[in-house]
Design a protein around this ligand. Structure first.
Ligand SMILES: C[S@@+](CC[C@H](N)C(=O)[O-])C[C@H]1O[C@@H](n2cnc3c(N)ncnc32)[C@H](O)[C@@H]1O
Length: 223
């Protein structure tokens, strides 16, 4: 069976269960250094037109958000939340564990949808998971919207920021987790917390990435 026909089977065959380094309360199906999944996917799945396996890693921005949510459960307890660009589902799972009333996790990669479902089951939490491109319509009405590690390339950043602004104008609280990627809109953010996050050496330039949780603000320099 091709990976495209059986994403869950591909994920289970190419990952191992690991505790998330900076949020060990959560376990995920992740690639490790030994698995070279990124390269395998570039070679094998790239030929099939599939994107890189973002879903197989707990990215620095997502780990920072997950830590913040688990340590500040009142932020989401009893509230409706969206984890935009969920990847593995890490931030969404943190929200569910912290007592969110409803968690929607979205990512346009169907493998991320499958990974998020597997990871939600692994952690015993209920999530709604979607692979629709939510950027093409008005943001859903949620109390808190999370975006972990989404400012790594310009085309995406150019689409995401105006959409987050629309969500903010609708009344959502917007929290961003990021290690200082190139297109992070720093001038629009208030920093809430900073952590030294262990990351995958094969993907990043270091084994630790200093990463922060920010709140999106209306305009002007914050701090
Ligand atoms: C660097 S990963 C971050 C994943 C996760 N938030 C984390 O921090 O571990 C970026 C994710 O953005 C997703 N993505 C890209 N464009 C998207 C879009 N238009 N809507 C939703 N997700 C998108 C990718 O599929 C990928 O899973």
């Amino acid at each position: 069976m091709t990976p495209r026909a059986d994403p869950a089977g591909f994920i289970l065959a190419n990952t191992r269960i690991h505790a998330v380094p900076h949020a060990p309360e959560i376990r995920l199906h992740l690639a490790d250094e030994a698995m070279e999944l990124w390269q395998k996917t570039e070679d094998d799945l790239g030929a099939l037109g599939l994107p890189p396996p973002f879903w197989a890693f707990a990215w620095a921005g997502g780990q920072a958000l997950a830590r913040y949510i688990l340590d500040t459960p009142e932020l989401v307890a009893g509230r409706r939340v969206l984890d935009f660009a969920t990847g593995s589902g890490l931030v969404a799972i943190a929200c569910a564990k912290a007592g969110a009333a409803h968690v929607l996790a979205c990512d346009i990669d169907p493998f991320a949808k499958a990974a998020t479902r597997l990871n939600a089951a692994l952690n015993g939490v209920p999530l709604e998971v979607s692979d629709a491109d939510l950027l093409q319509s008005d943001p859903p009405q949620v109390d808190v919207l999370f975006a972990g590690d989404v400012f790594y390339e310009k085309p995406m950043a150019d689409r995401v920021l105006p959409w987050l602004d629309r969500a903010r104008a609708q009344g959502s609280d917007i929290l961003i987790g990021d290690p200082g990627r190139s297109y992070l809109p720093k001038e629009r953010l208030t920093r809430l917390a900073t952590y030294d996050v262990p990351v995958n050496r094969s993907l990043e330039d270091n084994t630790i990435k200093r990463s922060s949780v920010f709140r999106l603000c209306p305009s002007g320099p914050q701090n």
